[in-house]
Design a protein around this ligand. Structure first.
Ligand code: IPM
Ligand code: MN
Length: 355
């Protein structure tokens, strides 16, 4: 058993610090029970720090973070800071700088959680989205021409590299094998229109699949159709692999069918480096400081972190506790509707993990 993980904690903005406090409470309870030590180091980066210093991320941030076993992020986004500054300067900068080339987003409906999908239950909604996390439109390639004039042109180019596509596709096949369920990976793209970018994805997907993963079934769905199937027949999916922008969009749809931002978590993963885990909702300024936000998504992020660190027993205990709370305690996952405060939900999950 490992004795001591160094965890970097970036609580961030808005309700970030509140949900982080609860997930750390749960992690400490799990650590006590399973005799695993954690050393937490907090970084105060985010909107307030930026307002006070003009610095979004210090120059040595990447080197510093590389010294940790994992990173836990709360939320980024501040009402007084122009949209884009913190998102690009902090969240995306960390994803790119630490080469988090996978954004892993499980879409799993726990028993007791309400889904907006009629006649669908936990047996129908249980799949994983493997989103490419460093390329595509997010690469920031492009620019303005004649900005501010009537002849203005804005160009934003999607960057897709053979290497970036291949490592993402391989991760999806490996993950699917490990899950060992339907053994199906669905490529989500738009081959009928994006005849360069999606074409590369399609070729790499089949080449790699045929050569190295003959035991895994390959399916294809256009991104628009994927949205339709996620609503109509979510049970068809096992693992979806998708480029960055489409992945951003379909994972919000995924989050809502699994019960919303109160429960949806994701991992920004560099399998060879240090990964960063986060609840995928925003900083929720209107709920900040009210002790009403749901901390379960952040607790689920901790669970993903433990799984990746090889602490499967702890990860399972955390997931079981979250499932128990969903099935037996919480009325609704929405902020202010849980029937418990943020800190109470953290207490209940921590107690369950420890029991
Ligand atoms: C997400 C978010 C981010 C993204 C934003 C905040 C930059 O929407 O994690 O899905 O677009 O990736
Ligand atoms: Mn998003």
């Amino acid at each position: 058993m490992a004795s001591g993980y160094k965890i970097a904690v970036i609580p961030g903005d808005g309700t970030g610090p509140e949900v982080i406090a609860e997930s750390l409470k749960v992690l400490k309870a799990a650590g006590n029970k399973y005799k695993v030590d954690f050393k937490f180091t907090e970084f105060n980066w985010g909107g307030e720090h930026y307002k006070a210093t003009g610095i979004v991320l210090p120059d040595d941030a990447f080197d510093t973070l590389r010294g940790f076993d994992a990173i836990l992020l709360g939320a980024i986004g501040h009402p007084d800071v122009k949209p884009g500054i913190l998102e690009k300067g902090l969240l995306l900068a960390l994803r790119f700088g630490l080469d988090h080339y996978i954004n892993l987003r499980p879409v799993k409906l726990y028993p007791g959680v309400k889904t907006p999908l009629k006649d669908k239950g936990p047996e129908d909604i249980d799949f994983v989205v493997v989103r490419e996390n460093t390329e595509g439109l997010y690469a920031g390639a492009g620019g303005f021409f004649k900005k501010g004039t009537p002849d203005e042109v804005a160009i934003q180019t999607s960057v897709n590299t053979r290497k970036g596509v291949e490592r993402c596709v391989r991760y999806a096949f490996d993950y699917c094998r490990k899950l060992n369920r339907k053994k199906t990976v669905t490529l989500c793209a738009k081959t009928n229109v994006l005849t360069y970018a999606s074409d590369l994805w399609e070729r790499v997907f089949h080449e790699v699949g045929e050569a190295d993963y003959p035991d895994v079934k390959r399916e294809y769905a256009h991104v628009d159709a994927t949205c339709m199937w996620m609503v109509k027949n979510p049970e068809w999916f096992d693992v979806i692999v998708v480029e960055n922008m489409f992945g951003d969009i379909i994972t919000d749809l995924g989050a809502i069918i699994q019960g919303g931002m109160g429960i949806a978590a994701g991992g920004n993963i560099n399998p060879q480096g240090v990964s960063m885990y986060e609840p995928i909702g925003g900083s929720a300024p209107k709920y900040t400081g009210k002790n009403v936000i749901n901390p379960l998504a952040s607790i689920c992020a901790i669970q993903m972190m433990m799984e990746d660190l090889g602490e499967s027993e702890m990860a399972q205990a955390i997931e079981q506790a979250v499932m128990w709370v969903c099935a037996n305690k919480i009325k609704d996952l929405g902020a202010g509707k849980m029937g418990y405060s943020t800190t109470e939900v953290g207490d209940i999950v921590a107690e369950k993990v420890a029991s």
